[in-house]
Design a protein. Structure first.
Length: 334
């Protein structure tokens, strides 16, 4: 498929991921699903349905994958929208790049099911998935050999970053030991009333805005809960951040969320973890989901695939500034 560079088209599509003060819940969900759904999954990925922890899930399997590797992907959508349907194409691409199955839960959404409903659903999904993967690894082990441990990847984007972090905060060591990677795309990390992105009304970028963060969080939970690390992971203390798996955060240079991500990375490093902050020049919020408009979307997922398949223990915390290839750096912005 030929990619037509169209920045305006990408921004228009990505804005459908954001729920602001002028949004209506039903129309927001419908437009999001309609814009991101796909009739055919890319790269020969096969989809099946499974129920983990009483939550319906998509299981997306590429043609080739590591049998003991699985990704639990927690979709964004401003706490209000997003679905398996909307994320099938994106998560299928992740499955292909990472050579693993990807499980996408249909967790409960606000406002009908506010915090902590989504957290409870995802925790149930993870524990059920962990148990089944552990059994599968034992059954697949050759007689007399030690079974492989499951290799679980936790990934999330935007608003779901807090749900993913709260999952880790609540997991015991025996579960955490099997999480090999923790991947965040354009994470929302601070929804507290002290957040500069919340308090500065005029702050905005091409896709995100303070209005989106304020409105989405107000629908998701009471303001008194927004200072909890389960809602605002940036406010988590050292004890909560200890023994995190290797963290990889990927986002655009132009996001208002970038400063929070840099601070979160510093907090993780201070707590003794490794963290890679992968910043893409001139890119916007969730640019990875506009692959029909932006060449960088494909390159970014290639990078995620390499992180998952080539990671070596002891990696130091680094910050990456991606330099676009010459033929793409000379394009004029539409």
């Amino acid at each position: 498929m030929e990619i037509v560079y169209d920045r305006k088209g990408a921004i228009k599509k990505l804005k459908l991921l954001t729920f602001g003060s002028k949004s209506n819940v039903d129309s927001f969900r419908a437009k999001l699903d309609d814009a991101f759904k796909t009739t055919f999954l890319p790269n020969g990925v096969e989809r099946s349905e499974y129920r983990y922890g009483n939550v319906d899930c998509d299981v997306l399997a590429p043609e080739i994958y590591a049998s003991n590797r699985v990704m639990l992907y927690i979709h964004g959508g401003s706490f209000v929208g997003g679905s398996r349907l909307a994320y099938r194409s994106f998560c299928s691409s992740l499955a292909t790049k990472c050579f693993c199955r990807v499980v996408v839960p249909e967790y409960r959404l606000a406002p009908a099911f506010p915090y902590p409903a989504a957290n409870e659903d995802i925790q149930g999904v993870f524990k059920s998935l962990f148990t089944e993967e552990q059994i599968a690894c034992s059954l697949n082990a050759e007689r007399g050999s030690k079974p492989q441990l499951p290799e679980i990847i936790i990934a999330a984007d935007s608003s779901a970053a807090s749900i993913a972090c709260s999952l880790l905060f609540n997991l015991r060591d025996r579960y955490r030991s099997c999480i090999k990677h923790f991947i965040l795309f354009s994470p929302w990390l601070d929804l507290s009333k002290c957040s500069k992105n919340i308090t500065t009304k005029k702050i905005s970028d091409e896709v995100m805005s303070g209005d989106v963060l304020r409105k989405s969080s107000s629908v998701y939970t009471y303001e008194s809960n927004t200072s909890s690390p389960f809602v605002s992971p940036l406010l988590a203390g050292d004890d909560a951040l200890k023994n995190f798996p290797p963290v990889f955060i990927q986002m655009g240079e132009k996001e208002i969320l970038l400063d929070d991500a840099k601070e979160f990375a510093k907090n993780l490093i201070a707590a003794g973890n490794s963290c890679t902050l992968d910043i893409w020049p001139n890119m916007m919020f969730m640019f990875q989901m506009a692959d029909e408009y932006l060449h960088e979307s494909h390159l970014a997922l290639d990078k995620v695939g390499k992180v998952v398949t080539e990671y070596t223990a002891g990696q130091k915390a680094v910050e990456i500034e991606n330099k676009p290839k010459l033929e793409y750096s000379l394009r004029s912005e539409a």
